[in-house]
Design a protein around this ligand. Structure first.
Ligand code: BGC
Length: 403
């Protein structure tokens, strides 16, 4: 048995996003897509965290989390173009203050997949003015709430958003076009850069700004491979993982890299799609979780070693799983922290680790059945801490793991 200690001041906590937990968000493009039956599930009241946030933060506190990642819902703060709602700003002030009162450091995301309806109707992120609209919202948030957080994530998973919403077309606005995807990605990057500058000019230097980048480990499926499977693996590594980081790093618009890590994929060449298809055949020996995602903790280490070259602090902004048994959540957590510790020992400066998610919540196009939470939420929104959350509590309390 060995013990691995984490750096002092390490941030331990969990993450959520507004649409997935708040409930009753009726003013954004996801709500609209659900109402038009373009999505199979409806989010409805979700976990009712809009009203129960204090209870949620009490739970996080009782589990000895010293930090919490959450997102602000743009469509509440700016329900119409040119109009900011003072009551909603006040609501988020109370939310961030309640974290502070509990001694929990907030990590605030400004955009987590959902957009106000007025913005979507103007073409959303495919409109070349979109970075300006976003920047107006960011400036307002910073002037009103900026003092309440030291860590800001501008945009959550820009590439996942582009891929699902504009390439595969399975999320709103349901577009499938490479040309549109590239345009949207460009607008998201411009939006991030503007937001980076606005946050820094509105606040002191003591603030850190970054994006939350979904990193996936892409390998070529080695079965029936005549070399061609390397093409999608290479393209995804380059365009899905690193190109945006190269660019933002070069332009010095990241103070840290937020990493959302879940899994690694094996890719097969597909002549209809440059980016290939996932190989889900049984010939890959790795265990799959309840969602069919390969559990590959060692690949998180490989990815962290790849991004060491940027010489920036890293914050694990999401890591988590969906399993059928509590013990498997505990194993997943322990294994990933083992490799996180290994990355730290290999020179990666890691600021902290956020489990996805605090609560079982609305998992986008998959509805409520995937359970990522440390805490379950029943039909009446009653919360119950799961056993593996106590293992995490021990780790957060002692700042070390035992493996
Ligand atoms: C997203 C979350 C999502 C999680 C699990 C991440 O890609 O940021 O919103 O719930 O993965 O799929």
């Amino acid at each position: 048995m060995s013990f691995f200690s984490f750096p002092t001041d390490f941030l331990w906590g969990s993450a959520t996003s507004s649409y997935q937990v708040e409930g009753n968000n009726q003013n954004n493009d996801w709500f609209l897509a659900e109402a038009e039956n373009k999505i199979k599930f409806s989010c409805g009241i979700a976990c009712d965290s809009y009203r129960r946030f204090r209870e949620d933060f009490d739970i996080a506190k009782s589990l000895n989390h010293n930090s919490h990642r959450l997102s602000l819902e743009w469509s509440r703060i700016q329900p119409e173009e040119g109009h900011f709602d003072p009551d909603e700003i006040n609501h988020y002030r109370k939310v961030l203050e309640s974290l502070k009162e509990r001694g929990i450091q907030s990590i605030v995301t400004l955009h987590h997949f959902t957009n106000p309806i007025w913005f979507a109707q103007k073409g959303g992120w495919s409109n070349k003015e979109s970075p300006l609209y976003f920047d107006n919202y960011v400036k307002k948030v910073i002037s009103e709430l900026g003092g309440l957080s030291r860590i800001w994530v501008t945009i959550n998973e820009p590439l996942v958003y582009v891929y699902n919403s504009f390439y595969q077309g399975i999320w709103p606005p349901g577009v499938s076009s490479l040309r549109q995807s590239l345009k949207v990605l460009d607008n998201l990057k411009r939006a991030h850069k503007k937001a980076y500058k606005s946050i820094h000019s509105g606040l002191s230097d003591n603030v850190k700004v970054g994006i939350a980048k979904h990193l996936r480990f892409f390998s070529a499926c080695s079965y029936f491979n005549l070399g061609q499977n390397n093409i999608p693996a290479f393209l995804r590594r380059k365009y899905f993982n690193y190109k945006i980081l190269d660019e933002l790093h070069k332009e010095k618009t990241m103070d840290f890299i937020g990493v959302n890590y879940y899994t690694g994929d094996f890719l097969k060449f597909d002549f209809r799609d440059l980016f290939g298809k996932n190989c889900l055949k049984a010939h890959h020996k790795q265990r799959k979780n309840f969602l069919g995602w390969y559990v590959s903790p060692e690949k998180m280490f490989n990815l962290l070693m790849d991004i060491k070259k940027y010489n920036l602090p890293v914050l694990i902004t999401e890591n988590g799983t969906v399993e059928t048994e509590d013990k498997m959540y505990a194993d997943y957590l322990r294994q990933h922290l083992f490799y996180l510790d290994k990355a730290i020992k290999s020179g990666v400066k890691v600021l902290g680790y956020m489990w996805w998610s605090l609560l079982d919540n609305f998992e986008w196009d998959k509805g409520f059945s995937p359970k990522f939470g440390l805490v379950s939420v029943d039909e009446n929104q009653n919360r119950k801490v799961k056993p593996f959350a106590y293992l995490y509590k021990k780790i957060c309390t002692e700042n070390k793991i035992e493996v």
